[in-house]
Design a binder for this molecule. Structure first.
Ligand code: 5GP
Length: 114
């Protein structure tokens, strides 16, 4: 198993504000939120980046997006809107090399880009 900070959270070796967990993934609040709601959805399978996800990418990424949408509906901000983001490697600013989906919401979000 890889050993990023997110693996330590999965193994409960460091604390996190966990909002959801199932057999496939864990979701917890980002330690440095970039929006009023900023939750990370992390698969329990090891993939450093999106480039490393094999033929099961549709399933792996689909589970993360589905869980994020379910959380948005459950928390009542799905209709107002939200953004999901997955950073891949250096130009995107990926800092933790276990794939994860960012869910950002809770206020109008600025446009993204360079
Ligand atoms: P990336 O830049 O790799 O797409 O996103 C990594 C995210 O993980 C960042 O938004 C960062 O704030 C968050 N993060 C880094 N370390 C920790 C931690 O120890 N706990 C939590 N909850 N989030 C973290």
């Amino acid at each position: 198993m890889s050993d990023t900070i997110f693996h330590k959270i999965i193994r409960r070796e460091i604390p996190a504000d966990i909002v959801h967990e199932d057999e496939h993934l864990i979701a917890f609040r980002d330690i440095a939120p970039q929006a009023p709601v900023h939750v990370l959805f992390v698969p329990k399978q090891d993939f450093a980046t999106l480039n490393d996800v094999n033929e099961d990418a549709a399933v792996v990424v689909g589970r993360l997006a589905t869980a994020a949408a379910r959380y948005a509906k459950q928390e009542g901000f799905a209709e107002n809107g939200y953004r999901i983001v997955m950073n891949c490697n250096g130009d995107a600013g990926q800092t933790v090399f276990q794939i994860h989906l960012h869910l950002l919401a809770g206020a109008p979000l600025g446009r993204f880009g360079t």
